[in-house]
Design a protein around this ligand. Structure first.
Ligand code: DON
Length: 305
């Protein structure tokens, strides 16, 4: 397996030259587009890795998975669905238009920015600090890593430039989807997106979902099987935004990308995979990361379809 991963990473390094780093968050502009790494954690806790698997990057939208899990634990699916649905979108991850025209003002799904911000408002916590800690603590559990921290430079960069997210959130306040103080909810969202992780952390996260909610390392159940199922289904249909269909055809795995260049993929009953490649396509997904996942899926026959 180690040889296979090394071959796949080296073969796909050429793709790191394509696409662009996400400069709309100025703090991300310093990311190194040459990085390409992969980490696999299987459901027995075995680990395999290659390339720049130990480079830190911000979790960005992969944090939406953890917020969604917490919101599903804290509310039942029916209640959550009154605010956020689980339908795919053919628009960009920070698109505004559907909030007004579709779905009774509900964000289409919890993976796009509007849906993730609304999801945070549904997480338990009487104060923004409690809400942040609720998701942050769960992120530490699901990554099996107590040493993940906010990158304050990226957090500040997001907070000072996040006007599109501000627009989405204030619009949702006007339609009653969010009732809390918008700046406070946004702060929680920006902080969660700015947490630094590695491919290993997201591979562990994927392994828990692959293992139907049980931490492979300790055998502890931290998510119900039912919630794991919901999360994997939504990852499959919405996790790669308006490229989710193409990704399903080419890779065939539940996955979630982030503009930091990470992708977390789940091979049900088998393994979690974390990849990093900071240069992105027009949907905001790592180009080289997808190529690595495509090759892995082909070589190991991983597609769920
Ligand atoms: O809010 C944003 O735009 C970023 N913090 C997260 C977006 C993101 O990661 C989209 N993913 N590919």
């Amino acid at each position: 397996m180690k040889d296979l991963l090394e071959t796949i990473v080296e073969k796909n390094r050429k793709w790191t030259k394509y696409g662009n780093i996400a400069t709309y968050i100025p703090g991300l502009a310093n990311s190194d587009a040459d990085h390409l790494g992969v980490f696999i954690c299987d459901i027995r806790g075995e680990e395999y890795f290659a390339g720049d698997y130990d480079v830190k990057f911000t979790i960005q939208s992969i944090s939406k998975i953890v917020s969604f899990i917490c919101a599903l634990i804290d509310n039942d699916f029916q209640k959550l669905s009154k605010k956020i649905s689980v339908e795919p979108t053919a628009d960009g991850f920070n698109s505004i238009v559907n909030l007004e025209t579709k779905n009774g003002h509900r964000p289409l799904n919890p993976m796009i920015n509007a849906g993730a911000i609304a999801t945070i408002s549904m997480v338990n916590g009487l104060t923004p600090k409690e809400k942040f800690n609720r998701v942050y603590d769960f992120m530490k559990k699901v990554t099996n890593n107590n040493h993940i921290y906010i990158n304050n430079n990226i957090y500040y960069s997001e907070k000072t430039t996040g006007d599109r997210n501000r627009a989405l959130a204030y619009y949702m306040k006007s339609t009653g989807i969010i009732e809390e103080n918008i700046e406070e909810i946004l702060n929680v969202y920006f902080k969660l997106c700015s947490i630094e992780i590695t491919c290993k952390d997201i591979a562990y996260m994927g392994a828990v979902l692959a293992n139907d909610g049980i931490l492979p390392m300790s055998g502890e159940r931290i998510i119900t099987k039912e919630i794991s199922k919901i999360v994997k289904a939504v990852m499959t249909t919405c996790g790669m935004y308006d490229s989710s269909g193409k990704f399903a055809v080419k890779v065939g795995l539940p996955a979630k990308s982030g503009v930091g260049g990470g992708i977390m993929a789940v091979v049900p009953k088998k393994m979690g995979i974390g990849v990093l490649g900071p240069a992105l396509d027009e949907s905001g997904n790592s180009i080289a990361g997808i190529k690595v996942l495509e090759d892995l899926s082909k070589e190991l026959d991983l597609s769920i379809f």
